[in-house]
Write a protein that binds this ligand. Sequence first.
Ligand SMILES: Cc1cc2nc3c(=O)[nH]c(=O)nc-3n(C[C@H](O)[C@H](O)[C@H](O)COP(=O)(O)OP(=O)(O)OC[C@H]3O[C@@H](n4cnc5c(N)ncnc54)[C@H](O)[C@@H]3O)c2cc1C
Length: 254
Amino acid sequence: MSQLNDTTRTVTHLIDLSGIREFRTIDQCDQTVTLGAAVTYTSLLSVKNSQCAPPLLRKIAGWITGGPQIRNQGTIGGSACYANPASDIPTGLLALEARMVCVSAERGVRIVDIDKFFKGAFLTTLADDELLTKIDVPVDRPGDVWGYAKLKTAESSWPVAVAAARLRKAASGAWLAHVTIGASTVVPTHVGTFEFSNDNDVGRETLAHIQECVNSLPAGSFWTDELVSDSYRKRVASSAAFKAILDAFAERGN
Ligand SMILES: Cc1cc2nc3c(=O)[nH]c(=O)nc-3n(C[C@H](O)[C@H](O)[C@H](O)COP(=O)(O)OP(=O)(O)OC[C@H]3O[C@@H](n4cnc5c(N)ncnc54)[C@H](O)[C@@H]3O)c2cc1C
């Protein structure tokens, strides 16, 4: 809709999916939360029982730029299908290891693991005749906590770097922070799992370790647009990852 509005895209037919009830529901069955493709940020934030809405996605939804108009209208599925590198939802879905339910009238249902869904900037694996109908998100394990960080050039800007960190206690008692970055990269990317005995361990060495992992990503991994260059994004990606780990430890303390 934003492309139609600024005339970078024209279409002859426009199909509004928002009237399909199944596209707007959130269900939980056993260990999976299923989000209809047209669930909005506002509906995620309005779920009474927060167990039924993935905590990471709720956190991201609360931080979407653009105010209530965007949160009421923008959808989780629309953001995933748009695949704008400079956005939040793709990183959240990769961090959560979501599964994308894609449907074609001719070929039926195809379930795509999220790490195979994003093919490049503004490009997904969806075929021209396919719709994303649902997104399956595994329920967090008991004790998991999520941190998220978003760097923007201005309050009204789309993100230039985001990161999600899942903090999970290992059998050894150590904390494992599994970190995923995006907005800085063309497609969301796992950067690694970092081990800590407690939050006091998160310091300069952690940042250096994250920088090593970020610097080892292949050439062409980082995104350039009118906001900032790929080299800038590469520099700030590690800071976003570091902040996400700190946010996860802060969340654990709450
Ligand atoms: C001012 C502004 C600020 C914003 N700030 C942020 C931000 O901070 N972070 C962020 O992540 N995003 C941000 N967004 C993006 C916004 O959150 C929306 O998610 C995004 O614009 C997609 O909108 P939509 O859900 O209405 O999808 P649409 O615009 O309707 O669709 C996007 C694309 O996906 C296709 N599509 C949609 N649904 C499906 C489906 N079910 N199956 C197949 N194809 C489909 C459409 O054909 C279209 O090509 C912002 C947008 C605006 C306008």
